[in-house]
Design a protein. Structure first.
Lengths: 418, 219
């Protein structure tokens, strides 16, 4: 491509550009708005995802219940409970299940380091870690298969528990002993700080996890509270739910269509709905941004119309010495681009810096509030590309009409214009 | 080279019509120096604009180099103005924001000539009109005579066979006017066809032939 003519137009533009400072500011402001709104929208979606994964990753939780339908001569209103053996029973019969773990919990006194607190104590297995995003801090670990099979007296504790019992240096808790129901347990790991917006019995930061067999020594109930399941594919969650209803119905003799005999917390479905809402918010914010930038673009169109009028004579001269229509259109487009470039460039730079500055702000993990969603905007390549596409369309729309009008000028009338 | 046959130009403004040219038939051969003279409103400039492919006749036929101008598109007319015709206007019509160099360069840019060719030609033309040292000046920094010499250089940029000069000395002092006329005569002697509109008998006298217009007709 021969760039001589565009270079010539640039040199002409530079020599005569007027300070269209209001339009430059409108473009700057529009760019800043659209990029910040998109970044904050994306940030909120991402944080929602992060917060949601604080509870678990593609997780289905199964609970017992009470029958609401008569079944095979049995009355309604029967209590349906889950038992440890149901874990293997379901795993063996449903190939779509990738991971499965039982969970029981009870509220007990915990003492250590001369302090006493009351907290929820849970019994579970090693697979619980991945499903419920139980990530240990450096130097520690979650329960493993041997801990469970041998009923080891070990505990994985939330970071708040570690802080409550052992002070701020929670990392030091590993290797220390805590006493639950007069039985000593060795701390093997402390949970990392994480955002968690969904929970039962409070945030994971405030929980203690023991190997299931060891837990049974402090809680002699046979039945368990719930079963955690992770499918191979998120799309299989509804299918797994239906199979569980059928299998448990067969085992405990209730109608598989009885909605109250077994209960489910299907986080995959909840997550889908939540993401749809956040995607909607993201799009809405993007549209507001586009509308803001549009104000700047309308300003540019106005400016270009004024430029076309102001340059009537000049266009006439160019036509007289042989400029083709394309040359005039090209010049107007380039000029539109030059006007856009200034405001939008600084808008991009400012938005990028604001996003990175905001991301430096700390998030309070103790009280998971609005700031956790707002203070982590994301300025991604995808956002930048989307912005460039929108900008391209606006440059085209702003430039095309003034350019076409200028290119259709009559050379004689243009030359006479004073 | 230039054949006009029964050229009529009618301007319509609302309900009024003005017949600027009434059936003009003129032929200008290759290498001729022709002056067009006539009082104000006689149709000189209209005729010049039609010859220069800036305007189209209402009726009649215009052939440039044997080619019918009426059949040409907007861009084909632009190409004819760019390569076959060079314009010199009374009020110079230089681009105010461009330097002398850039003003001369523009027709060559429109013609797609490469950088080396442009540079050589501009240098040659600026030397020919004696303004090489003024190449980086804008029109507002040049005298009327200098501006017209730059305009003349621009008209010659693509080496067109025909030069159209519309009152080229009209806005100049007599000395500058004489200089411009000397250049025009020189160009004519080199074989170029020159068509010049003028009011001035003294200036018209240098041409080979004078076409006199009155009320839109050749007299």
């Amino acid at each position: 491509m021969n760039l001589t003519l565009p270079r010539f137009f640039w040199s002409e533009y530079r020599k005569r550009r007027k300070k269209a400072s209001l339009i430059t500011f409108a473009l700057f402001w529009g760019t800043l708005s659209i990029l910040l709104l998109m970044s904050f929208g994306r940030g909120m979606s991402t944080q929602f995802q992060v917060a949601f994964s604080g509870l678990g990753d593609t997780l289905i939780m199964v609970y017992g219940g009470q029958t609401s339908l008569e079944f095979e001569g049995l009355p309604k209103g029967r209590q349906i409970s889950l038992y440890p053996e149901d874990v293997d029973y379901l795993k063996e019969r449903i190939p779509e299940i990738m991971r499965i773990a039982p969970e029981s919990y009870t509220y007990l006194q915990v003492s250590a380091n001369g302090k006493e607190i009351n907290r929820n104590i849970h019994g579970t297995t090693a697979e619980f870690a991945v499903m419920r995003t139980q990530v240990p801090q450096i130097g520690g670990r979650f329960l493993d298969a041997d801990d469970v099979s041998q009923g080891r007296k070990v505990a994985f504790i939330g970071w708040k528990i570690a802080a409550d019992l052992f002070g701020a240096g929670a990392g030091d808790a590993v290797g220390k002993q805590i006493v639950i129901n007069r039985i000593p347990f060795t701390v093997i790991g402390v949970l990392v700080k994480k955002i968690q917006d969904s929970m039962y019995n409070g945030p994971d930061a405030d929980q203690i996890y023991l190997p299931f067999n060891a837990y049974q020594q402090i809680d002699n109930r046979r039945r368990i509270n719930q079963i955690h399941i992770q499918p191979h594919e998120a799309s299989q969650s509804k299918l797994i739910e239906a199979r569980i209803r059928t299998l448990l119905g067969r085992k405990y003799r209730f109608d598989p269509d009885d909605r109250y005999a077994s209960n489910f917390w299907n986080t995959i479905e909840n997550n889908k709905e939540g993401m749809a809402v956040f995607k909607g918010i993201e799009m809405f914010l993007g549209i507001i941004g586009i509308l803001t930038l549009l104000i700047g673009a309308v300003g540019v169109t106005n400016l270009m119309y004024a430029v076309a009028k102001e340059r009537t004579k000049e266009i006439g001269i160019k036509l007289a010495i042989g400029a083709r229509r394309r040359v005039i259109i090209e010049q107007f487009f380039l000029e539109t681009l030059f006007v856009f470039a200034k405001g939008t460039f600084w808008g991009c730079i400012t938005a990028f810096n604001i996003v990175n500055l905001v991301r430096l702000a700390p998030i309070n993990y103790d009280s998971f509030g609005i700031e956790a969603y707002l203070l982590r905007p994301v300025f991604s390549l995808q956002i930048f590309v989307a912005y460039m596409v929108i900008l391209g369309v606006l440059v085209f729309l702003s430039g095309i009409f003034p350019a076409l009008r200028a290119s259709r000028s009559n050379p004689i009338e243009s030359l006479r214009y004073e | 080279m230039i054949e006009l046959n029964g050229i009529t130009k009618v301007y319509r403004t609302g309900s009024q019509t003005l017949e600027a040219l009434r059936g003009i038939s003129v032929t200008i051969g290759k290498g001729e120096f022709v002056s067009i003279m006539g009082p104000s409103g006689s149709g000189k400039s209209t005729l010049m604009n039609i010859i220069g492919c800036l305007d189209t006749p209402t009726a009649g036929e215009y052939r440039l180099d044997g080619e019918k101008v009426a059949g040409l598109t907007f861009d084909q007319l632009a190409a004819a103005r760019n390569r076959k015709l060079g314009f010199v206007f009374q009020n110079f019509n230089l681009l105010p924001y461009a330097t002398a160099w850039e003003n001369i360069e523009l027709p060559m840019l429109f013609d797609g000539k490469n950088g080396r060719k442009r540079k050589e030609r501009i240098t040659e033309l600026l030397n020919a009109v004696g303004l090489y040292d003024w190449r980086d000046h804008r029109p507002s920094e040049l005298s009327g005579g200098q501006q017209q010499r730059i305009a003349l250089a621009r008209a010659l940029a693509n080496d067109p066979p025909i030069l159209l000069a519309d009152e080229p000395t009209g806005n100049l002092d007599s000395k500058s006017g004489e200089e411009i006329m000397a250049v025009l005569v020189e160009l004519w002697k080199e074989g170029r066809t020159i068509v010049m509109v003028t009011h001035n008998d003294h200036i018209a006298a240098v041409s080979e032939r004078i076409i006199r217009l009155f009320d839109g007709q050749v007299i």
